[in-house]
Design a protein. Structure first.
Length: 183
């Protein structure tokens, strides 16, 4: 490795902020899918209503009767998804970050154009850039995504400094695609 080890100055607040950023990005992707489902349901509802009012076909009446139940089920589903998101962000992800934070107090990283290493006193994790599926960046942070998005490697300028973030972003742009609407 050509680069000197860089100490990662972890803080619980920054780690939790990064996990929430990832989660919110993934929730937006789910919300887009749900919006498409809602438009599909709306389209079917409009077609059913048009057929009911423009034809004398009585076979449409049961569909007209069932339509409010489909919409009610869809609204209940959306409320359930919102509740699960709240619970995940408020409790589950917070506990996850607390566990990871306790284990990652003394981490340093090194990286070059071939790989990135996270070095802890008891172990070293080495990933080639090709092991990551995509990246995402904020003004002051970068996220390197593996298959499970919640196991992303994320670093902010508060943790590793502006110079390191700039270098990581440069390599990520060369090696990885930008994450599009979830994995």
């Amino acid at each position: 490795m050509g680069m000197e080890p860089i100490r990662v100055n972890n803080s619980f607040e920054e780690s939790y902020r990064q996990v929430l950023f990832i989660d919110n990005f993934l929730v937006k992707a789910v919300n887009k899918k749900n919006a498409k489902r809602a438009l599909f349901c709306l389209g079917l509802s409009v077609i059913t209503l048009l057929l009911f009012f423009t034809t004398n076909n009585e076979s449409i009446v049961p569909w007209l009767f069932l339509m409010p139940f489909f919409w009610l089920a869809f609204v209940v589903y959306l409320l359930y998804i919102r509740y699960k998101t709240y619970k995940r962000q408020k409790y589950i992800l917070r506990e996850f970050v607390e566990e990871v934070f306790q284990q990652s107090q003394h981490v340093t990283i090194t990286f070059d154009n071939d790989e990135i290493r996270a070095i802890q006193p008891e172990s070293t994790l080495i990933h080639k850039w090709s092991d990551f599926r995509a990246y995402l960046e904020e003004d002051n942070a970068i996220y390197l995504f593996q298959k499970n998005p919640y196991l992303a490697w994320s670093f902010s300028s508060r943790e590793v400094g502006n110079t390191t973030i700039t270098k990581l972003k440069t390599i990520a742009k060369e090696k990885l695609p930008v994450l599009q609407d979830g994995l």
